[in-house]
Design a protein around this ligand. Sequence first.
Ligand SMILES: [Zn+2]
Length: 724
Amino acid sequence: MPDPREFIDEVVSGAAARQNAGILSGMDAAAQNARDRLGAAARARGQSFTKWATSSNFVADREPVSLAVWPHLHTLYDAIPNDLTDLDICVMKAAQGGASIYAMLVMLYVALRERCQLGYFLPTRDHAMVFSNERFLRLCRDNEAIYSAMGDTERQLRASGVDGKAKGGMIDEGSKSIRRIGHSVVYFTYMGGVVTTESLPLDGIVFDEVQEMLLREVEKTEERLSASMLKVRLRVSTANFAGADIAYYYERSTQEEWTTDCKCPDGVMLADQWDPEHGPLCIAEHNALVYWRCPRCGAQVDPKRGRYVARNPGHPRRGFHFPQFVSPRQSAESILLKWRERVDTKNFYNRILGRPFTDPKTQPITEAHLAAAQDSTLEWGPLRENPGDWRGEGGSVVMGIDQMGGFNTVILACRWYDRMRVLYAEIVKSGDPWERCAQIMRQYRVRVCAVEALPNFNEAHRFARAFDGRVWVCNYADLIDQMVTWGDRPRDKVSIRKTDDEARGRYVATIDQYRMMSWALGQWTEGRVCTPDARGLVQHLRGEGGLDVPTAVWRDVVWLHMQRVALVTEEVQGRETERRLRRAVKKIGIDPHFAYTWMLLCVAWVRIFGTERLLPIDPDPNVYESALRHMPKELSETEQGYAAQIGERVDYADQGGPTMRKHMETPHYLRVDDPAPQDEIPTCGTCTSFNARTGECTQRGFTVRAALPACDFYSPVPAQEDRW
Ligand SMILES: [Zn+2]
């Protein structure tokens, strides 16, 4: 019998040898893998971007990457320097110009050369996932060296040790949202995705076709770079609105424009040779021939032959622009066809010319409208008391309030002849902005005020209750044929019955946002608004470091906001094939609070005057004499005047249903200085025992609703205005 000890030793050493062999071959595979990986990284480190991108056998979208057929991309490739620190490039491009491949390759190049974390931003989550899984992964799989550099080094070393063989299938491709390349990690994400919401530090950011982002969001995302030594920023997108999206960054760059060679000494920027109404100035048609032509020197040109010319040289950010004309797949004929078959001009400008487009139909207000509205004889601030003034401004003061997380914005206006006269605007920043709003209500003797319902729903309603009958809380709905509906003027319309039960208060207005905004902006373009000198309204706003910075609120803030809303008709997402269109109000680049405030002011205005254009007030009160004769004596002259004029307008605005007709026969005269809130029918909602959060009656211990009539235990909440 052998010594059991020997036997065990033998078994153990045999097992160890087998294990060692396994480990050794595993290490071989890992070493090979590491060599490949190193090879890909070393190649990227040893070559310029242009050399690396064109000699690494990349196949993108089934075509080899070649700058010979895309000459306009050559400069863009050469713009990636050897030292990637602080790289900042912006490409405002036409669609299908090869720039997306460029963005992808830059990201790969950075990932291979550095040890870093990169964020690759696409417009939506779906875009990000499809891009990562199809375009990006395919690019990697088609390139052996890059593919072997993918995945987690440590994990792959362990994986290769198990069966001792390195197989293609063991490459860890990562997940759709996280890919590892070399020593780097790339996150494929979108604005508002996990990468932006969680404070993940990044070394580089690529924005690919990210549109309609607010600059504030972009800045927040870029804060992720603050701790990095690398700080790579690359933005590639087709243009959208002027002054926003990619155009905002392009304006703040070297603005290198693709310029085609012709007989002119400076060449010609063909993208500029286009008229928004009449079309191309740079395409000539001669018999059956359609060709590119410089409109100045008349030379026939090839759009692809040219160079970039910087309009703003010396800027630290490099910006490039090129139109679709440079694509080898396009001709003068195909571009002309696209123009003639365009869905809309803006779309053509954005996608084919690569230019932002300001359509007077979608962005109606220009700085010229705002400037023209100024009247130097007017002043900012409350109206001076002048009871004998028959223009009757005093009784027509309206106010709009938009509300945000920590501040409100207000605008006030009154009637002035046949126009709307702006009195005041303020950015109300304080612990309780509603308190200041209440103060303004009283100071200006506001007759009707409209306030946005969200986000502070309860505050808005409390404010409305405090000024019972004068404040309207506004919410939005797609109304079938109206601009605004009023909670106290119920109509037999299905659209209204469907609105949220909670919002169906008496002093609630429901607005069709598109129609209301378009009406509100239209007041400016039609010259129906006047303001004092825009520079004259100065507010001290808390700036950086807590210092008060004097700000011309109207000139510098309101003017900008008014120009940063667009009224668009767009195809419904996901249903493009059906060509279903939807109207929408878009924010351009910033959150234009004052444009919404102005819209709300117009809601209040419409409440008094209706939606029709105001008739000029005849300076001779005798015109209204017959109407005035029937007015109650206790009304002031102003009130009587208004009652006479407004009666028929309100009637008209309400389309004169039978209820309204009856109402007009027994008119209710709204008192201008009505100080005391009208008594409300006691309900659970105004009882001290009502817990608004849980809907519980604390007195009787069961669930009730705010709108229910009060019971015998009713104990009214003290008048709300006392709070202020
Ligand atoms: Zn020329």
